[in-house]
Design a protein around this ligand. Sequence first.
Ligand code: BYC
Length: 329
Amino acid sequence: MYTQGLDQQGKTENRRDSLETPERLEAFQARIDAEEKIEAKDWMPEAYRRTLIRQISQHAHSEIIGMQPEGNWLTRAPSLKRKAILLAKVQDEAGHGLYLYGAAETLGISRDRMVADLLSGKAKYSSIFNYPTLNWADIGAIGWLVDGAAIMNQIPLCRCSYGPYARAMVRICKEESFHQRQGFEIMHVMANGSEDQKAMAQDALNRWWWPSLMMFGPSDKDSKHSAQSMAWKIKRFSNDELRQKFVDVTVPQADFLGLTVPDPDLRFDETSGHYCYGEIDWQEFHDVIAGNGPCNRQRMETRRRAQDDGAWVREAARAYAAKHAAKAA
Ligand code: BYC
């Protein structure tokens, strides 16, 4: 039985039956190897629990912060239909954030703690949401490339060893597929529109291509968590494997759109059956995740303001719950 828990400061309360004996660790790994799902109340090593909290909470933060660049275009969508579709997509992202916070809470961390870690800068969110959305084609590029990259990364997470995360991912992936299709359709319309529209689509691809490749994380040789996360079947593929799959699927889509991927080194390698692509600017990636991307400050300020503005809602919900509890008593 899993009986470790976190208090509000995030400290672990160790109890006697949570000791990580070699027998327990071996039995745990055997369950993983046998493709059994680990559930919230099962015993698990502390490092497994912490890895999941880190990944799932950062994933949740990404969904919530990810609403900002697209939300920026809700009031300026080019038609009522486009506005309704974008509104639905942004609301889906909020839903994803909430399922994911819920999945992380099953590991014994409170939502308040996770949000506090985001606002203090301790917890990361995806680098991609620190880039600006300058014109309507960016909304197409986000759906096509960013949601496309997200699907590539997240489909394997439906088979993650931790049950609550895996189950949340099933629904999220269904919705992400719709998001990807709507983005591709925007790009298709623009790429087949006027010269100006096609130029906007190309400009959006130029700006979003490399940041989309960075979404998959550092190259395998620099990925500090991958080996352990793969042994625990939290991750099923390495960062570079997923990045390669994304490139292989997406380059033909760019060709179909009549757009050019902004990589002079891109070429199809007949022998391996894969596209070879140029060197990623890892300095840019590290700058962005260190808080120095084009929009990091703006994203955090907006998130902080939303948290402050929502304080009265949380207070009212607490008062309502207390009133009902008192009545029930
Ligand atoms: N951005 O050892 P590594 C969406 C960090 S939301 C920032 O490879 P790991 C959407 C990493 O956290 C999409 N940080 O780590 C929403 C670690 O730092 P810490 C979000 C990154 O965890 C709205 C360090 O670098 N998707 O789809 O094994 C609208 C070393 O990395 C990034 C997820 O969150 C990055 N790109 O692998 C539209 C998916 N990459 O934590 C769309 C779930 C790496 O030690 N997450 N870092 O301080 C994952 O699959 C994995 O966490 C990652 C990284 C592949 C991202």
